[in-house]
Design a protein around this ligand. Structure first.
Ligand SMILES: NC(=O)C1=CN([C@@H]2O[C@H](COP(=O)(O)OP(=O)(O)OC[C@H]3O[C@@H](n4cnc5c(N)ncnc54)[C@H](OP(=O)(O)O)[C@@H]3O)[C@@H](O)[C@H]2O)C=CC1
Ligand SMILES: CCCCCC(=O)/C=C/[C@H]1[C@H](O)CC(=O)[C@@H]1CCCCCCC(=O)O
Length: 299
């Protein structure tokens, strides 16, 4: 079994995230301020983040398990450390840079699936900043499509729940597709790959449409799509952000500058109060968020 609901299944084959345990506090990415401390490296008042932040209003945590961050990097907007200037931004930036082969002046077209989610909304903007002349997003509602084009500067957006994805891709990508940032997998990705140019590149970021299925990661493709990859010399290599953490510091500086200068716009769906954590989590699992899903516990 290799699905990627790593926190909600005993055996996923992923070694980077362990399942939540019954009767133990749930955890996830979090950021906050130290209220009192016996740790010299994390004194009172400093801002810290962790991938294993307990879902509590207050928590006693080991200093060694926390990463100190500089609020100036996000102009005080601390939730950005969980998204655009955190693991999400790193996934988008390093995914594009390591696997996308985006080249300025090469007249490339990028397609992003899951484009209005946390990673996709940043990845498309990075594609544009790095030199793609056209960036097309695929997502699940007209409101999300509007946000991609009007707020984030995508060239076009396709609502996969309503539009004919194949026909709309042909319209929006008249020169074919050179780079595909794939967050979702399944039939959407097979439709995109069928329109990819010779020597083009798939950034295999995630396959969220397949995560509830009992299939290996990455999930198998149809024979037709495998043939298209081979015939057109399309690369499709597995990408995991944790394999590139030695590049994180420089990448976070770059993301911070782009966010502070407004060249990257950040979308967040913010829900207030720890009592709404469960509702927000379930909404996120159904695509209810535009940009990063954030729960604000306190000021
Ligand atoms: N490789 C790596 O190192 C990492 C990979 N990831 C992967 O990146 C991807 C995006 O994660 P992230 O942006 O944080 O998550 P989000 O939940 O913010 O966004 C994912 C989006 O995918 C869309 N989606 C969900 N189910 C389907 C489906 N069945 N078909 C089509 N679209 C669907 C949803 O929007 P809608 O359907 O409305 O468009 C949703 O908003 C995931 O696959 C995740 O596993 C994340 C972190 C690191
Ligand atoms: C310990 C910090 C984890 C940081 C990496 C990360 O963010 C991974 C998160 C996964 C989570 O389990 C749910 C997901 O959707 C995330 C991505 C998993 C898909 C990537 C698969 C890559 C691979 O295993 O090759």
């Amino acid at each position: 079994k290799c699905n990627r609901r790593c926190r909600m299944n005993e055996e996923t084959g992923a070694d980077y995230l362990k399942p939540w345990q019954l009767s133990e506090c749930l955890d996830g990415g979090g950021v906050g301020v130290v209220e009192s401390s016996r740790c010299t490296s994390c004194p009172e008042g400093c801002v810290v983040t962790s991938f294993n932040w307990p879902w509590q209003t207050h928590a006693v945590m080991k200093g060694g398990a926390l990463q100190k961050v500089d609020p100036q990097l996000v102009d005080g907007h601390l939730s950005y450390f969980l998204g655009a200037v955190g693991i999400t931004g790193l996934t988008a930036l390093l995914g594009v840079r390591e696997k996308g082969h985006v080249t300025k002046g090469a007249n490339q077209t990028m397609v992003v699936s899951g484009a209005a989610g946390a990673c996709g909304s940043i990845a498309g903007q990075i594609g544009r900043l790095d030199g793609c002349v056209r960036v097309v997003g695929i997502c699940g509602s007209d409101d999300k499509c509007r946000a991609l084009v009007e707020d984030l500067g995508f060239s076009a957006a396709i609502n996969y729940r309503q539009d004919d994805v194949c026909a709309r891709l042909k319209e929006c990508c008249p020169d074919g597709i050179d780079v595909y940032f794939d967050n979702v997998g399944g039939h959407i990705s097979e439709t995109v790959i069928a329109q990819m140019n010779k020597g083009s590149h798939v950034i295999l970021c995630g396959q969220i449409s397949q995560y509830n299925k009992d299939v290996p990661y990455p999930p198998p493709l149809s024979v037709e799509t495998q043939n298209a990859l081979q015939r057109n010399c399309i690369t499709r290599e597995r990408f995991l952000v944790l394999s590139y953490m030695h590049k994180a510091e420089a990448a976070l500086c770059e993301l911070s500058q782009w966010v502070k200068s407004g060249q990257i716009k950040v979308l967040e769906t913010v829900v207030n109060g720890i009592e709404n954590m469960g509702v927000a989590f379930c909404s996120m699992m159904k695509g209810g968020n535009v940009g990063k899903q954030i729960i604000k516990i306190s000021d």
